[in-house]
Design a protein around this ligand. Structure first.
Ligand code: BTN
Length: 254
Protein backbone atom coordinates (compact mmCIF):
# COMPACT_ATOMS: atom_id res chain seq x y z
CA UNK A 1 0.00 0.00 0.00
CA UNK A 2 1.40 3.43 -0.87
CA UNK A 3 0.92 6.45 1.41
CA UNK A 4 -1.59 7.76 -1.12
CA UNK A 5 -3.63 4.53 -0.87
CA UNK A 6 -3.59 4.78 2.91
CA UNK A 7 -5.23 8.16 2.72
CA UNK A 8 -7.98 6.91 0.42
CA UNK A 9 -11.19 6.16 2.24
CA UNK A 10 -14.69 5.98 0.89
CA UNK A 11 -17.85 7.04 2.58
CA UNK A 12 -19.71 3.86 3.65
CA UNK A 13 -22.92 3.08 1.84
CA UNK A 14 -26.09 3.26 3.89
CA UNK A 15 -24.85 6.06 6.16
CA UNK A 16 -26.07 9.64 5.75
CA UNK A 17 -24.04 12.71 6.69
CA UNK A 18 -25.19 16.09 8.08
CA UNK A 19 -22.61 18.83 8.65
CA UNK A 20 -22.81 22.01 10.73
CA UNK A 21 -20.49 25.01 10.94
CA UNK A 22 -21.35 25.41 14.63
CA UNK A 23 -23.60 23.53 16.99
CA UNK A 24 -23.96 23.07 20.73
CA UNK A 25 -23.09 19.38 20.67
CA UNK A 26 -23.38 16.77 17.93
CA UNK A 27 -24.64 14.33 20.58
CA UNK A 28 -27.35 16.82 21.58
CA UNK A 29 -28.33 17.28 17.93
CA UNK A 30 -28.51 13.51 17.49
CA UNK A 31 -30.87 13.35 20.48
CA UNK A 32 -33.03 16.16 19.04
CA UNK A 33 -33.21 14.43 15.65
CA UNK A 34 -34.01 11.07 17.24
CA UNK A 35 -36.85 12.70 19.19
CA UNK A 36 -38.14 14.02 15.83
CA UNK A 37 -38.12 10.49 14.40
CA UNK A 38 -34.85 10.44 12.45
CA UNK A 39 -34.21 6.80 11.56
CA UNK A 40 -30.43 6.91 10.96
CA UNK A 41 -27.84 5.67 10.41
CA UNK A 42 -26.74 9.30 10.29
CA UNK A 43 -23.35 10.83 11.00
CA UNK A 44 -23.41 14.39 12.30
CA UNK A 45 -20.28 16.52 12.12
CA UNK A 46 -19.67 20.06 13.33
CA UNK A 47 -16.69 22.34 12.69
CA UNK A 48 -17.11 23.80 16.18
CA UNK A 49 -19.15 22.79 19.24
CA UNK A 50 -20.21 25.43 21.75
CA UNK A 51 -21.28 22.94 24.44
CA UNK A 52 -19.30 19.78 23.70
CA UNK A 53 -19.83 17.11 26.32
CA UNK A 54 -17.31 14.68 27.75
CA UNK A 55 -17.74 11.69 30.03
CA UNK A 56 -18.67 12.17 33.69
CA UNK A 57 -20.29 15.54 33.02
CA UNK A 58 -17.05 17.12 31.80
CA UNK A 59 -16.85 19.72 29.05
CA UNK A 60 -15.21 18.71 25.77
CA UNK A 61 -13.41 21.80 24.51
CA UNK A 62 -14.24 21.97 20.81
CA UNK A 63 -12.31 24.50 18.72
CA UNK A 64 -12.10 24.38 14.92
CA UNK A 65 -9.73 21.92 13.24
CA UNK A 66 -10.63 18.89 15.36
CA UNK A 67 -13.18 16.20 14.63
CA UNK A 68 -16.51 16.35 16.45
CA UNK A 69 -18.90 13.71 15.18
CA UNK A 70 -21.81 11.58 16.33
CA UNK A 71 -23.37 8.55 14.71
CA UNK A 72 -27.11 8.19 15.31
CA UNK A 73 -28.36 4.63 14.97
CA UNK A 74 -31.40 2.70 16.15
CA UNK A 75 -30.17 -0.83 16.82
CA UNK A 76 -32.76 -3.29 18.09
CA UNK A 77 -30.57 -4.51 20.94
CA UNK A 78 -30.30 -4.28 24.71
CA UNK A 79 -28.68 -1.13 26.15
CA UNK A 80 -25.92 -3.29 27.69
CA UNK A 81 -25.05 -4.60 24.21
CA UNK A 82 -25.25 -1.13 22.67
CA UNK A 83 -22.71 0.07 25.24
CA UNK A 84 -20.20 -2.35 23.71
CA UNK A 85 -20.17 -0.21 20.56
CA UNK A 86 -17.88 2.17 22.43
CA UNK A 87 -15.17 -0.43 21.74
CA UNK A 88 -16.04 -0.27 18.01
CA UNK A 89 -15.72 3.51 18.19
CA UNK A 90 -12.26 3.34 19.79
CA UNK A 91 -11.11 0.71 17.29
CA UNK A 92 -12.35 2.88 14.43
CA UNK A 93 -10.41 5.90 15.69
CA UNK A 94 -7.31 3.70 15.90
CA UNK A 95 -7.89 2.66 12.28
CA UNK A 96 -8.20 6.32 11.29
CA UNK A 97 -4.92 7.20 13.04
CA UNK A 98 -3.17 4.23 11.40
CA UNK A 99 -3.54 6.03 8.07
CA UNK A 100 -1.27 8.82 9.37
CA UNK A 101 1.14 7.34 11.93
CA UNK A 102 2.79 4.00 12.58
CA UNK A 103 0.11 1.76 14.19
CA UNK A 104 2.51 0.83 17.02
CA UNK A 105 2.10 4.40 18.33
CA UNK A 106 -1.66 4.02 18.70
CA UNK A 107 -3.01 2.17 21.75
CA UNK A 108 -6.43 1.64 23.27
CA UNK A 109 -7.06 2.33 26.94
CA UNK A 110 -10.06 0.86 28.74
CA UNK A 111 -12.85 1.60 28.44
CA UNK A 112 -12.76 3.65 25.26
CA UNK A 113 -9.86 6.06 25.11
CA UNK A 114 -7.42 6.10 22.22
CA UNK A 115 -3.84 7.10 22.94
CA UNK A 116 -1.24 8.37 20.52
CA UNK A 117 2.33 8.21 21.86
CA UNK A 118 0.73 7.70 25.29
CA UNK A 119 -1.40 10.86 25.17
CA UNK A 120 -5.18 11.08 24.97
CA UNK A 121 -6.08 11.90 21.38
CA UNK A 122 -9.74 10.97 21.37
CA UNK A 123 -12.82 10.70 23.52
CA UNK A 124 -15.95 8.62 23.06
CA UNK A 125 -19.32 9.41 24.64
CA UNK A 126 -22.26 7.09 24.08
CA UNK A 127 -25.74 8.33 24.94
CA UNK A 128 -28.97 6.45 24.40
CA UNK A 129 -32.62 6.13 25.16
CA UNK A 130 -34.58 2.91 25.71
CA UNK A 131 -38.04 1.82 24.61
CA UNK A 132 -40.69 0.68 27.08
CA UNK A 133 -39.70 -2.91 26.15
CA UNK A 134 -36.19 -2.23 27.39
CA UNK A 135 -34.51 -2.18 23.99
CA UNK A 136 -32.46 0.71 22.66
CA UNK A 137 -34.65 3.34 21.01
CA UNK A 138 -31.74 5.40 19.70
CA UNK A 139 -28.00 5.43 20.29
CA UNK A 140 -25.65 8.37 19.78
CA UNK A 141 -22.00 7.38 19.38
CA UNK A 142 -20.14 10.66 19.95
CA UNK A 143 -16.48 10.82 18.99
CA UNK A 144 -14.03 13.68 19.38
CA UNK A 145 -10.55 13.42 17.86
CA UNK A 146 -7.77 15.95 18.49
CA UNK A 147 -6.59 16.44 14.91
CA UNK A 148 -5.13 19.97 14.85
CA UNK A 149 -5.05 20.94 18.53
CA UNK A 150 -5.63 19.66 22.05
CA UNK A 151 -6.54 21.27 25.38
CA UNK A 152 -3.08 20.85 26.90
CA UNK A 153 -4.29 18.87 29.91
CA UNK A 154 -1.85 17.00 32.12
CA UNK A 155 -4.24 14.47 33.69
CA UNK A 156 -4.84 12.77 31.38
CA UNK A 157 -2.08 14.17 29.19
CA UNK A 158 -3.56 15.21 25.86
CA UNK A 159 -2.03 15.21 22.39
CA UNK A 160 -3.17 15.97 18.87
CA UNK A 161 -2.45 14.11 15.66
CA UNK A 162 -0.80 17.23 14.22
CA UNK A 163 1.82 17.11 17.02
CA UNK A 164 3.13 13.94 15.42
CA UNK A 165 2.94 14.91 11.73
CA UNK A 166 5.37 16.82 9.57
CA UNK A 167 2.60 18.11 7.33
CA UNK A 168 -0.84 19.44 8.16
CA UNK A 169 -3.44 17.39 10.02
CA UNK A 170 -6.19 15.81 7.93
CA UNK A 171 -9.33 17.86 7.56
CA UNK A 172 -12.15 16.86 9.90
CA UNK A 173 -14.18 15.62 6.92
CA UNK A 174 -11.33 13.44 5.63
CA UNK A 175 -10.86 12.08 9.13
CA UNK A 176 -14.58 11.37 9.46
CA UNK A 177 -14.59 9.54 6.12
CA UNK A 178 -11.90 7.17 7.46
CA UNK A 179 -13.68 6.87 10.77
CA UNK A 180 -17.11 6.22 9.25
CA UNK A 181 -15.70 3.55 6.91
CA UNK A 182 -13.90 1.84 9.80
CA UNK A 183 -16.95 2.03 12.07
CA UNK A 184 -19.17 0.51 9.36
CA UNK A 185 -16.72 -2.41 9.19
CA UNK A 186 -16.58 -2.99 12.96
CA UNK A 187 -20.33 -2.47 13.38
CA UNK A 188 -21.09 -5.08 10.73
CA UNK A 189 -18.68 -7.52 12.40
CA UNK A 190 -20.41 -6.87 15.74
CA UNK A 191 -23.85 -7.43 14.21
CA UNK A 192 -22.68 -10.71 12.67
CA UNK A 193 -20.45 -12.17 15.40
CA UNK A 194 -21.27 -10.19 18.54
CA UNK A 195 -18.75 -8.66 20.91
CA UNK A 196 -16.12 -11.34 20.18
CA UNK A 197 -15.64 -9.59 16.81
CA UNK A 198 -14.49 -6.48 18.71
CA UNK A 199 -12.84 -8.02 21.77
CA UNK A 200 -9.93 -9.67 19.94
CA UNK A 201 -9.00 -6.63 17.82
CA UNK A 202 -9.40 -4.37 20.87
CA UNK A 203 -7.12 -6.58 23.02
CA UNK A 204 -4.54 -6.69 20.21
CA UNK A 205 -4.14 -2.93 20.53
CA UNK A 206 -4.80 -2.51 24.26
CA UNK A 207 -2.28 -0.64 26.33
CA UNK A 208 -0.63 -2.37 29.26
CA UNK A 209 -1.85 -5.97 29.32
CA UNK A 210 0.09 -7.74 32.07
CA UNK A 211 1.10 -4.40 33.62
CA UNK A 212 0.10 -2.87 36.95
CA UNK A 213 -2.66 -0.29 36.94
CA UNK A 214 -4.94 1.57 39.28
CA UNK A 215 -8.68 1.47 38.67
CA UNK A 216 -10.34 4.53 40.15
CA UNK A 217 -13.96 3.78 41.06
CA UNK A 218 -16.45 6.23 42.58
CA UNK A 219 -15.59 5.23 46.16
CA UNK A 220 -12.33 3.31 45.99
CA UNK A 221 -9.15 2.63 44.11
CA UNK A 222 -8.14 -0.89 43.19
CA UNK A 223 -4.56 -1.78 42.24
CA UNK A 224 -3.84 -4.87 40.22
CA UNK A 225 -2.43 -6.37 37.06
CA UNK A 226 -4.40 -5.69 33.88
CA UNK A 227 -5.49 -9.06 32.46
CA UNK A 228 -7.71 -7.90 29.60
CA UNK A 229 -11.47 -7.59 29.17
CA UNK A 230 -14.19 -10.21 29.34
CA UNK A 231 -17.11 -10.89 27.00
CA UNK A 232 -19.14 -8.06 28.54
CA UNK A 233 -16.40 -5.46 28.13
CA UNK A 234 -15.52 -5.50 31.85
CA UNK A 235 -11.89 -4.86 32.81
CA UNK A 236 -10.19 -7.89 34.37
CA UNK A 237 -7.84 -6.99 37.16
CA UNK A 238 -5.73 -9.52 39.05
CA UNK A 239 -5.42 -8.59 42.70
CA UNK A 240 -3.77 -10.95 45.20
CA UNK A 241 -4.27 -13.95 42.93
CA UNK A 242 -7.98 -13.30 42.31
CA UNK A 243 -9.41 -11.68 39.19
CA UNK A 244 -11.84 -8.82 39.76
CA UNK A 245 -14.22 -7.51 37.13
CA UNK A 246 -14.44 -3.73 36.88
CA UNK A 247 -17.46 -2.50 34.94
CA UNK A 248 -17.06 1.27 35.35
CA UNK A 249 -14.28 3.62 36.33
CA UNK A 250 -11.06 5.08 35.04
CA UNK A 251 -7.70 3.42 34.84
CA UNK A 252 -4.22 4.79 35.32
CA UNK A 253 -0.92 3.12 34.45
CA UNK A 254 2.45 3.69 35.98
C1 BTN B 1 -14.55 11.93 26.84
O1 BTN B 1 -14.79 12.62 27.85
O2 BTN B 1 -13.49 11.30 26.73
C2 BTN B 1 -15.57 11.82 25.74
C3 BTN B 1 -15.59 13.04 24.86
C4 BTN B 1 -16.56 12.92 23.69
C5 BTN B 1 -16.56 14.18 22.82
C6 BTN B 1 -17.40 14.02 21.58
S1 BTN B 1 -17.13 15.35 20.45
C7 BTN B 1 -18.50 14.82 19.51
C8 BTN B 1 -19.58 14.42 20.49
N1 BTN B 1 -20.35 15.57 20.89
C9 BTN B 1 -20.20 15.84 22.19
O3 BTN B 1 -20.74 16.79 22.78
N2 BTN B 1 -19.36 14.96 22.75
C10 BTN B 1 -18.90 13.98 21.80
Amino acid sequence: MTPADLHQAHWPTGFELAEFAEIDSTNEEAKRLADQGEAGPLWLRADVQTAGRGRRGRTWISPGGNLFATLLIRPQIMPSDAALLSFAAALSVADLLDAYVDPSRVKLKWPNDVQLDGGKVCGVLLESSATSEGLVDWLAVGIGVNLANHPGLEEPRTISLSDTLEGPAPTPLDALTHLAAAFAHHYKAFQTNGFEALRGPWLARARGIGEPLVARLPNEEIRGIFQGIDGTGALLLETDGAVQKITAGEVFFG
